[in-house]
Write a protein that binds this ligand. Structure first.
Ligand code: DGL
Length: 287
């Protein structure tokens, strides 16, 4: 049996500054197991959170252009920073393309919090973005929740190095989390797609502090559900067919490093290719 049309077989493009988007990709694979996927890690330009917003917007646009050129039928901006910086621009460029972004889960956090004190861990670009600040004000006004914003410089770099549970990463996390706990937060939003990969380290810090009550909020599952809804309403869900779904990956840095990350973080071994993406141009590397 084959799929009904080339559109249905077309891949979904998922991108991030590096490995973080894999925390969303795993939910997409779980909920949409028949979809062909392309993952692009813009590791040559990571971390986005330390770049000016317009640079992140330019990178996002160039990457979207590449993924659309690969035939993508939908795009997932699996990065809070790129969503804040570029989702409006992407929607304007691709008005007919199903497009899903991610943003810190403030609404679910406000609903989960018992005392209305919520910490948001994210990159500095995300926390300074107009889109995020608007969301914070709306949710805060509607729920009465108070959001304590905490940038986490260096954390994405640690995760990119594969140091999800090293001593240095733990010390860094303690530096960010313990003052927030002292201020009384009972809910912590993981507002960067890299951070679910340090969830175990965060949980052990919370346990050591005797704070088993603290709720962690990650929106990967909700993003995959939104993607499924959008594909269904655009009539472009790929049906179960005789051909197994494929996963291809691209990186703007080392293919070996991305392969290692896929294997250690998701237990997957996709075909990984290196490429360069200049502003308006994607150039596959010669090897
Ligand atoms: N994973 C990203 C996010 O969700 C970006 C991290 C970065 O490159 O700084 O914000």
């Amino acid at each position: 049996m084959t799929s009904a049309s080339p559109l249905l077989d077309a891949p979904i493009g998922v991108f991030d500054s590096g490995v973080g988007g894999m925390s969303v990709l795993r939910h997409i694979q779980a909920q949409l197991p028949h979809e062909n996927l392309i993952y692009l890690a813009d590791t040559g330009y990571a971390p986005y959170g330390a770049k000016p917003e317009h640079v992140v917007a330019e990178r996002s646009l160039a990457i979207a252009q590449f993924l659309v050129g690969q035939g993508a039928k939908a795009l997932v901006v699996a990065c809070n920073t790129a969503t804040v910086a570029a989702i409006k621009l992407l929607r304007a460029h691709y008005p007919n393309l199903p497009l899903v972004g991610v943003e810190p889960g403030l609404k679910p956090a406000a609903a989960a919090s018992r005392n209305g004190q919520v910490a948001v861990l994210a990159t500095d670009v995300t926390l300074a973005g107009a889109k995020f600040l608007l969301l914070r004000d709306q949710v805060s006004n509607a729920s009465g929740a108070k959001f304590l914003l905490q940038g986490c410089p260096g954390l994405v770099d640690q995760i990119e190095l594969g140091e999800c549970d090293s001593g240095a990463t733990r010390v860094m996390l303690e530096g960010y989390l313990l003052p927030l706990l002292a201020k009384g937060v009972d809910t912590v939003v993981l507002g960067c797609t890299h951070y679910p990969f340090v969830r175990a380290s965060i949980e052990s810090i919370l346990a050591k502090a005797g704070r088993h009550d603290v709720v962690l909020i990650d929106t990967g599952d909700a993003v995959a559900r939104q993607l499924a809804r959008l594909l269904a309403s655009n009539a472009c869900l790929r049906p179960e067919s005789g051909t197994p779904a494929t996963l291809k990956a691209f990186t703007t840095a080392s293919g070996t490093a991305l392969s290692a990350a896929f294997s250690s973080l998701l237990g997957l071994v996709p075909v990984v290719k290196e490429l360069r993406i200049e502003k308006d141009l994607a150039i596959p590397d010669a090897h």
